[in-house]
Design a protein around this ligand. Structure first.
Ligand code: ZN
Length: 607
């Protein structure tokens, strides 16, 4: 019994999709429908149903009563057996992120979680989706980009009928419509398509495709070194460009990315910009997820409950390890120079070290509570929590270095990823997924190295991974770097909100905390002089020494407060990763097998 959906850009100016779903044999007791409350890959209940409007039901041409039963479910009146049912509704689509749905006269984008109501009891039924071309003449040049398979008679990339094996596949295939720039490449037996929407001046998509192909091949070869075979026939990069956006969401055979338009390479561009490397890192991250989380899946995500939170303490593996391998693949394929790669690692070390919250929340806890903490950060998050992306990536690095050292270079974290792939790739009805306690034993099995104590300390406890002791095994060192360049951060112990003198965060253990400063306070003056912008505050602070006493005046709401404050004696420590003075030959061998041959050339890494 096949479900048939239809969706059209009904009123682009009003951001309205019109959607229908036909149910061939509705529940005679009254067919129920639901819309997911969240989208897999983004762990926050978003209540997409709030954008669903004007829900009506028809059997043939006869209206059927439909009522709301809770915030994201509906129920139709009972029908005599054998009568079909069609539900029709509109969806307001003005979310420009990769997680929702968007429609205007420049483009359309949607995830099935935002637009396709699921008839309860039909989750495993095959689905057909009619993508109707917009009727507005001005949108006549639009085409389609999606991981959905075109049904017979529909040309790939054209409007028409597409199919999905079931509802879970349907909502895992976002759809973009618009007039795209398109570039294609083939890699490891799979066709890859990049579809870029938005206006970009003189883009060099050929270069983007050539560089992405190297990243994709690195990932395929990591999991399948011998066969070098991608786990899909087709893969789609749906790239939305904007003024200042950044983000991505992973799917089984596609990814939706948002990037600044200036980050795409321009024709004739020489060396890569930081923005372009960041875009490659983002695409690399989402592509790696095609294995790590989409096919190697935590047991907790096997058949997710679409109506509420689904908990796992393993996001440090599924997001953290993915964050480790995203840039590592760029370094291994030569798209990041070794020194650039180590700078990015050091940046992650600094970001984690600067949050006192890392001493109060473990990685396992951070994973489990993603729904209410990581995805709902507030002004106190730096003091109360740790990022399973950033610290997870550092734990991956530390485990990788530990395994390489302990096995004399014969084993690495790559061997764990291959074991996970061969044992826990999603395959059929008996698939069980990765159990919550499976990682330690899997590392032991894949590498022979016992990591029970590191996992206890770094993942279930709040210790920092021991990079200062592990980096020398690959001829590198963690060394102190000059203090932060921005004195108001370092000397007071706050972070200002962008573009003003309002305090975004107050960090624990600093003069700001002792003085009683609070997030939301607006700084007015320092020792009687105007300090109501970051530049003015920095200029004034530059005349003081660490440890000195000052008076800040701040507005808290309408109240003017005078707060005596002692400047920090020691600004937060910053770190760099540099080459050891006289690395052992064995350390250089380990570095070569980790980062590639280029990483041991004398000039590759500066001190
Ligand atoms: Zn991710």
């Amino acid at each position: 019994m096949t479900l048939r959906y239809g969706i059209r850009a009904a009123d682009a100016a009003a951001h309205l999709f019109r959607v229908t779903v036909q149910v061939p044999r509705p529940d005679p007791a009254g067919q129920r429908f639901l819309l997911p409350a969240w989208i897999p890959g983004s762990y926050l209940v978003r209540e997409f149903a709030r954008h669903v409007i004007r829900v009506r039901a028809l059997s043939g041409t006869k209206p059927v009563a439909v009522e709301k039963t809770d915030k994201h479910t509906w129920r139709c009146a009972p029908l005599p057996a054998g009568r079909p049912l069609t539900l029709a509704y509109e969806v307001y689509a003005a979310d420009p992120s990769v997680r929702g749905a968007f429609l205007d006269r420049t483009r359309a984008f949607f995830n099935g979680t935002s637009v396709f109501l699921l008839p309860c009891g039909y989750r495993d039924a095959p689905c057909l989706v009619d993508l109707f071309a917009p009727e507005e003449a001005a949108l006549g040049a639009w085409r389609v980009a999606t991981g959905l398979s075109p049904a017979q008679g529909t040309r790939a990339g054209g409007f028409g009928t597409y199919r999905a094996a079931n509802y879970d596949e349907l909502i895992d295939c976002p759809v973009a419509m618009g007039s795209f720039l398109v570039e294609r490449f083939s890699c490891c037996g799979a066709a890859h398509e990049i579809a870029v929407s938005g206006t970009v001046a003189r883009p060099d998509l050929g270069r983007f495709a050539a560089d992405l192909a190297r990243v994709c091949e690195a990932h395929v070869r990591l999991f399948e070194p011998r066969r070098a075979e991608a786990p899909f026939d087709r893969y789609h990069f749906l790239v939305q460009t904007s003024e200042d956006g950044y983000g991505g969401l992973e799917h089984r055979n596609s990814t939706a990315l948002i990037t600044r338009r200036g980050d795409l390479p321009a024709r004739g561009m020489g060396s890569s910009t930081d923005g372009y490397r960041r875009l490659l890192g983002l695409a690399s991250h989402e592509y790696f997820h095609a294995w790590n989380v989409k096919r190697i899946r935590p047991a907790a995500f096997l058949r997710v409950d679409l109506e509420r939170e689904n908990y796992t303490s393993l996001l440090w593996v599924f997001e953290g390890f993915t964050s480790y391998y995203d840039d590592l693949a760029l370094a291994r394929s030569g798209l990041l120079a070794p020194a650039q790669y180590l700078d990015l690692l050091a940046r992650t070390v600094n970001a984690v070290q600067q949050r006192a919250g890392r001493l109060r929340q473990s990685l396992a806890e951070s994973s489990f509570d993603a729904w209410i903490k990581y995805y709902r950060p507030d002004e106190n998050s730096p003091n109360s929590g740790v990022s399973y992306y950033q610290k997870g990536a550092l734990v991956a690095l530390a485990l990788d270095l530990l395994i390489r050292r302990e096995s004399g270079g014969r084993r690495s974290l790559d061997h764990l990823m291959r074991l996970l792939w061969h044992r826990w790739r999603d395959a059929g009805a008996r698939y069980e997924g990765v159990a919550e306690d499976a990682i330690g034993p899997a590392i032991r099995e894949a590498t022979g190295v016992d990591v029970r104590i590191p996992l206890r300390d770094w993942v279930h406890g709040t210790k920092d991974p021991d990079l200062a002791r592990l980096l020398p095994s690959v001829g590198l060192e963690l060394v102190a770097a000059p203090a932060l360049e921005s004195p108001h951060d370092a000397l007071i112990g706050i972070r200002l909100a962008a573009g003003g003198a309002r305090i975004a965060n107050v960090f624990d253990g600093t003069g700001a905390r002792a003085a009683g400063l609070s997030a939301g306070d607006e700084i007015v003056s320092l020792d009687g002089l105007r300090a109501d912008s970051p530049a003015r505050l920095d200029a004034l602070l530059a005349r003081y020494l660490p440890g000195e006493q000052v008076e800040l005046q701040v507005f808290r709401g309408d109240d003017l407060l005078r707060l005596p404050l002692q400047l920090s004696r020691r600004p937060p420590q910053q770190w760099r990763i540099v080459a050891s003075q006289r690395p052992a030959a064995a350390a250089l061998r380990l570095r070569r097998s980790w980062l590639g041959a280029g990483a041991v050339e004398p000039a590759a890494i500066r001190r």
